[in-house]
Design a protein around this ligand. Structure first.
Ligand SMILES: [Zn+2]
Length: 106
């Protein structure tokens, strides 16, 4: 498990390094591939943290305290991808269906 953690953190460091120092002419194709990886990674992570029929996160509910959806993972995603906290006006029903497909694929 420690190897997994180290490999992931090293990869994130490499992405940071590329963003800060890579030759702009060479970085575009790499950045495109990395953006696809990041988007797919977020989709997989968020899919694992979707709401169950009772409005609780399917993954985080396994802990001692059942968490109402959106859980910490979705809150972090909203902050990172949308750029702000989860809106105060919260959804009163769980998201159903498959919101994880690419918009262009719908
Ligand atoms: Zn969760």
């Amino acid at each position: 498990m420690d190897d997994t953690r180290r490999a992931v953190l090293n990869r994130l460091d490499a992405v940071d390094e590329m963003a800060d120092h890579a030759d702009p002419a060479k970085v575009l194709p790499i950045a495109r591939a990395e953006l696809r990886h990041l988007a797919e990674g977020w989709r997989r992570l968020l899919n694992a943290h979707r709401a169950d029929p009772t409005g609780r996160c399917e993954t985080c509910r396994r802990g001692s305290r059942a968490r109402r959806w959106p859980c910490q993972v979705w809150r972090a995603a909203h902050e990172q991808l949308v750029g702000e906290g989860v809106p105060d006006r919260r959804r009163t029903y769980p998201l159903r269906g498959n919101p994880f497909t690419r918009l262009s694929a719908r």
